[in-house]
Ligand binder design. Structure first.
Ligand SMILES: [Zn+2]
Length: 324
């Protein structure tokens, strides 16, 4: 497969080692999500969204949710060992090979580790730990890349369907809406199994797939800000906490983070899920403003406002979201 890409790192070899995999070809970084446009209106009555709602810099003292909010794990289909790298579970394929050193390679299937017969497992483990940042970054890049390939296959034009709050929404291009507008309409008479909701996008029929995708994403991010803000305002008093600032993230391995100063980051893709799942993540993050770990006391706190959080957590993990 000519799209195959392998990123390899050999621990003890010089950089130009022939044991390293083929060099990664040039591939574009994921496109930065478009800023919410102030002129984008919605029939759901969105409040104006500040254009700086997406703040990539607000990362600092956040609590990582790696263990709690999937998908913070990677599994090679041929995995026979696993390691915990920076809180992320990585199941990898381990091979003994005729070689001088421990080799790591990250391919589309995941991480493969090969080591000479004489290297004991604890050395392999410690090499894994020392390279964990590189491994996690490559696994993340590989996952993002797979998603970008997937995105290319989505036909972003009139009739494209995407999930919004657990409902299917059909894209309709309607230049009469004015450029940049997005209006959600519901058809109560839709047949069973047919999407009841239509998003009228103010784009001409000649719009390119990239324009349609960006317009849908911009609309979804605006909705995310509106819905998340509303749910934060709903749960904060119930939990007796105050949140200060909401930022949207597009991290590929995290649904949300909370910092002690009250800043909350939520992944905008959560807006694909139905409301109870969003509520669980919002309540989870707000609960961290009371308990900054995942102790039983933390889960008791979550349960006071979302008693069925365990089932919702499972849905968050299992559902396949459309790639962006
Ligand atoms: Zn947490």
């Amino acid at each position: 497969m000519n799209r195959f890409l392998q990123l390899a790192l050999d621990l003890f070899d010089p950089p130009a080692s022939p044991a390293a995999g083929p060099e990664a070809g040039p591939h574009p970084r994921p496109k930065a999500p478009p800023r919410a446009r102030p002129d984008l209106q919605t029939s759901l009555g969105a409040a104006p969204v500040p254009s700086d709602a997406i703040c990539p810099q607000d990362l600092a003292p956040a609590v990582p949710l790696d263990q709690v909010l999937a998908p913070a794990s990677f599994a090679h289909p041929g995995a026979n060992r696993h390691a915990l790298l920076g809180g992320t579970r990585v199941a990898y394929e381990f091979k003994r090979a005729r070689r001088r050193n421990i080799g790591f390679s990250v391919g589309p299937e995941g991480l493969t580790v090969s080591a000479p017969k004489w290297v004991p497992l604890y050395e392999v483990e410690s090499a894994l730990q020392s390279k964990s940042a590189w491994i996690l970054r490559k696994l993340d890049e590989m996952r993002e890349r797979a998603q970008r390939i997937e995105t290319a296959r989505i036909d972003w034009r009139e009739g494209a369907v995407f999930p919004f709050l657990g409902e299917q929404v059909i894209v309709v291009l309607d230049p009469r809406q004015g450029s940049g507008c997005g209006i959600l309409q519901a058809d109560p008479n839709a047949l069973p199994g047919v999407a009841r909701h239509t998003l009228l996008l103010g784009l001409p029929q000649s719009a390119t797939p990239a324009q349609v995708r960006d317009a849908v994403q911009a609309w979804l991010m605006r909705q995310a800000t509106r819905v998340f803000t509303e749910r934060l305002d709903h749960f904060a008093p119930l939990l007796g906490v105050r949140w200060k600032k909401l930022s949207l993230s597009s991290a590929s391995t995290r649904w949300g983070t909370a910092s002690a100063d009250g800043a909350i980051r939520l992944n905008w893709r959560l807006i694909h899920f139905r409301m109870p799942v969003i509520d669980y993540v919002v309540a989870h993050e707000l609960s961290h403003l009371r308990v900054m770990d995942h102790s039983p006391r933390f889960w008791d706190t979550v349960a006071t406002v979302v008693p069925d959080y365990e089932a919702l957590r499972g849905q968050l993990r299992d559902e396949a979201l459309p790639p962006w």
